[in-house]
Ligand binder design. Sequence first.
Ligand SMILES: [Zn+2]
Length: 345
Amino acid sequence: MRTGLIYDTAYLNHNTGGHPESSNRVAFTYDILGKAGLLERLVSISPRQAKRDEVALVHSQEYIERVKAFSERGGGNFGNDVVGSQETYVTALLAAGGTLSAVDAVLEKQVGCAFAMVRPPGHHAMPNLGMGFCFFNNVSIAARYAIKKYGLSKILIIDWDEHHGNGTEHIFYNDPSVLYFSVHRNWSYPATGHADKAGEGSGLGYNINVPLPRRSGDADYEHVFRRILQPVALEYLPELVILSAGFDAHAKDPIGEMNLSTFGFMKLAEIVCEIASSCCGGALVSVLEGGYNQSALAESVLGVLHIMDAWDADKTSLYGQEKPVKVSVSGVNQVSKIHGKYWKL
Ligand SMILES: [Zn+2]
């Protein structure tokens, strides 16, 4: 089946001034996708605005009202590393809604998988607090929406952004219907995501954090995906995979401090596609999070979309496996020990 791309020039309207999370990120990436000839192969899907009650699946009415009022005042500084403009509220509704459009297209089988190239990003957003460039938690809203509308009971959220998705973790910390898996730089913003944070109550074992040391690279990430993510996912058997696809762990990123290459992101995308193919007929919704070097972002999105679109379930990895370099092994073994109580690791 074909791959959907959710995008709209209205995503440029959330104006952050000279901030790294700028509209140029997606404008430039979209331009490159066109120049590479990829847009002709993808199914273009127009995003819709999320309805207020859909956003309220995750966020409080009081918080939603606060974002709306902030925008109506003309935006500015929202606090906690978040800035915006008059168009921010509407654009944030379109980012959440675009993610829901992707869920609908995949679960109604109009496309096999989809990439929602949306902004503002979402994975730091808490129910009552915007932080780290994020207003509404797009992937979390999408997961709750898929549960409510399609009756799903097992969703896997994979987050490979350089930063820990503290908002997503918080929202599903007690909830086994969403398994949150994050690999991120240890002590990166907002200094959450420690390996021993494994969930609580009925959600115990359904929150997996793999913090990696600074400058971890392709082989480290692949090791984490093969050693922890893949076996857990195959045991959990999600009905939908959602990917928080941030690209700020790219070696060229000005904010992130990791060493992933574009090729590395493509390898990770292959593993994600393998998991989705094995568990849920390839049902994968990728959602843009961070990534602040324009050319690295564009190249990586192009690479990941190429893998998603060209994925063949009968094929195994194009690239084979590499041994991890130095850094990740002890941390991964620690995660394996913590989660070995809950999963066959
Ligand atoms: Zn990030």
